[in-house]
Each structure stands twice: as C-alpha cells, then as structure tokens.
Design a protein around this ligand. Structure first.
Ligand SMILES: [Zn+2]
Length: 175
C-alpha cells in the first residue's frame, strides 16, 4: 500500500530534506487495525522528470503486529509509472489537447499514457462527479479534453493524487 505524501517543493528539495520530512503516520494499520506503526527504512526509485533523471528515497513504514509494510509516495510520483506527475500531465496535455506528440522520441510512452488515460475514462468521470458533488456533464466529442482539463486544474492545485485516491481508492493512472 502506498500513502500519498503531499510535498510542496521541487524533487531535489525532497531528496535533500528527506531525513527531516514530517510524516503523518497512519493512526491504524490498513490491514489489521493495530495502532503501532513505525518507520521501517527506505528504498530508492527512479523518476524521470522533464529535464532530469532522479533517484529518490521513499520512506517505508511497518505495522508492529501484522508486519505489513506501506510507503509514502510523494505526490510528484505516480504509482508504477517512471515519469513524474508533472511530466505525465504535460505529455497528456500535448497529446490530448494539442493533438501533438511532445517529442517523437517519446512516442511509444506517450501512446501508452494516452491509452491508459482513455481506458480510465469511466473512473475519471466517476471521480469528477463524486468530487464536485454535482453532475459532471460532458459533450461526447470533447470528453477527453474536458476530463483532462478538470483533472489538470486539480493537479495544479496539488490536490489531484490525494483526492483521487481518497475518492476512488485507486492511484491516479495506475491500473
Ligand atoms: Zn497491521
């Protein structure tokens, strides 16, 4: 299980201040309900941003009873996608809104992201309807554009990943 960590700052700032991060440990274990949860080391993962490759630490935590681990995924990362959230949104913006490839050398990855996005159309509509507590009406021909724009504004407000997860219990763009 991954807990989304809202981080204000750059990816480099995250890595530099990793040891001083203030983490809100869950009050109860997601699996067994035990209240004794503690930090349990870290691991590293690759992250490709628009201009830079990062290798960032991820904090792990563990339940003292069932011993299951979870980790804190900073919100500039997506679960199981190697590109940063910002970069994924940029690539999607280009392909869905401008109908252009951001860069031809990323063609395969861009089509992969586009397909993943379109496959999740119903989940996105569900999320946006629940989230805005009103009918999210869509003009069929502009469906992906409208969905993307709504999600993009939440991304700009740094709300997308955490609110998407709390509403759907799914990670954004994960399968
Ligand atoms: Zn547990």
């Amino acid at each position: 299980m991954q807990i989304i960590l809202c981080f204000i700052g750059t990816i480099n700032q995250y890595s530099e201040t990793f040891h001083d991060l203030t983490l809100q440990l869950p009050k109860r274990c997601h699996h067994c309900g035990c209240t004794k949860i503690y930090k349990w080391g870290k691991y590293h993962r690759f992250l490709l941003d628009e201009n830079q490759e990062h290798f960032i630490p991820i904090q792990r935590i563990r339940c003292s009873k069932c011993l299951k681990t979870s980790s804190f995924l900073p919100d500039f990362c997506l679960s199981k996608i190697q590109y940063s959230t910002n970069f994924v949104m940029t690539l999607l913006k280009w392909i869905l809104i401008y109908k252009k490839l951001y860069h031809t050398y990323l063609k395969t990855q861009i089509y992969f992201l586009k397909r993943r996005f379109l496959d999740q159309t119903n989940t996105f509509i569900f999320f946006l309807r629940q989230y805005s507590k009103k009918e999210f009406s869509i003009i069929p021909e502009r469906k992906s554009i409208e969905i993307f724009n709504a999600l993009y504004s939440l991304h700009k407000e740094k709300k997308l990943l955490s609110d998407f997860f709390s509403t759907t219990t799914k990670h954004f763009m994960a399968q």
